[in-house]
Design a protein around this ligand. Structure first.
Ligand code: OGA
Ligand code: MN
Length: 293
């Protein structure tokens, strides 16, 4: 059996048809999937039926699975695949202004995951578990396609500069109370090169996120204005794919070359995605992202 692909947009992303992700191994299909990932930045597989263990097996092929709660677990407690969900332990949905819901709303700001970690994320592999009747799309924006189309005058203002990231910065935009929670203040500020060059194909992409608060060489207000202008440029409709979830969808993307965001839904409706991020390794171009001190 062979597989085929069909574009998600004119500028990036493909749907992959005819692959059962449960059967992917290092020697079977993963090499082709990884090559598509490098080329297209976003991959969609529909109608998959992956268990958490199969989700983890797929993720491990991309890199080390990110574990942001390693320090919060007691000895012997196993890692569990994180759920992005408004469903609480008792089965009810979290109320619109609960801190938990506010954190989900912070995902509605365009971002790349984990830019605030000492080692950022290469990929997020999301699986649709419980979907809504309306709203709740996940949107991706290609910062590679956007960079290629950006006027040189705007490029010149950011090229070669370091951008500073902090988890609590994106949370503070939604709620000062949220930003104060210990889970958003565990890591020191990070600084990454504004451009991520893909080591496989040499394509450049702007590396920005809602977590970014400062650009080297600009003051706080200038940084904020420039980051907003860049985000606005990158998220124009021609660079965006909007994914309307069905149960069993697997959507994964290259965090080095795309931003993403969630979108609102009626909060009394349950919505649950499983999410695994993998960390980048040196082979993914990390060293060139570190700015000289
Ligand atoms: C995330 C995220 C968006 C969504 O899980 O990192 O940004 O659609 N999710 O829930
Ligand atoms: Mn995210």
């Amino acid at each position: 059996m062979t597989f085929r692909t069909t574009p998600l947009t004119d500028s990036f992303g493909v749907e992959v048809i005819g692959v059962d992700l449960a059967e992917v191994s290092a020697g079977h299909r993963f090499p082709e999937i990884r090559a598509l990932f490098e080329d297209h930045s976003a991959l969609l597989f529909r109608g998959q039926d992956l268990s958490d263990a199969q989700h983890m097996a797929l993720a491990q092929r991309f890199g080390p699975i990110e574990d942001r709660k390693a320090d919060e677990r007691k000895p012997g407690e196993a890692f569990e695949v994180p759920r992005v969900s408004n469903v609480q332990a008792d089965g009810s949905t979290s109320a619109e202004m609960d801190l938990h819901t506010l954190n989900l709303k912070a995902n509605f700001l365009w971002h790349s995951d984990s830019t605030f970690l000492p080692v950022p994320a290469l990929v997020n592999i999301l699986i649709g578990r419980v979907v809504t009747t309306t709203g709740g799309a996940t949107e991706l924006a290609s910062t590679r396609a956007a960079w290629a189309a950006m006027p040189e005058t705007l490029k010149a203002r950011i090229r070669g500069r370091g951008i500073w990231h902090r988890y609590s910065h994106s949370r503070a935009k939604i709620s000062p109370e949220l930003a104060q929670l210990p889970m958003f203040n565990k890591w020191p500020d990070t600084c990454w090169n504004a451009l991520w060059t893909n080591p496989v194909n040499g394509r450049e992409a702007l590396y920005i996120a809602s977590h970014a608060f400062r650009v080297d060489g600009y003051d706080a207000a200038e940084s904020e204005a420039l980051l907003a202008e860049l985000t606005e440029f990158c998220t124009q409709p021609e660079f965006v794919y909007s994914h309307r979830w069905q149960v069993g969808d697997v959507l994964l993307w290259d965090q080095r070359a795309a931003m993403h965001r969630g979108t609102p839904w009626p909060y009394e409706e349950p919505r649950t995605l499983s999410s695994l991020c993998c960390s980048v390794t040196e082979a993914d171009g990390l060293d060139a992202m570190r700015m000289p001190a």
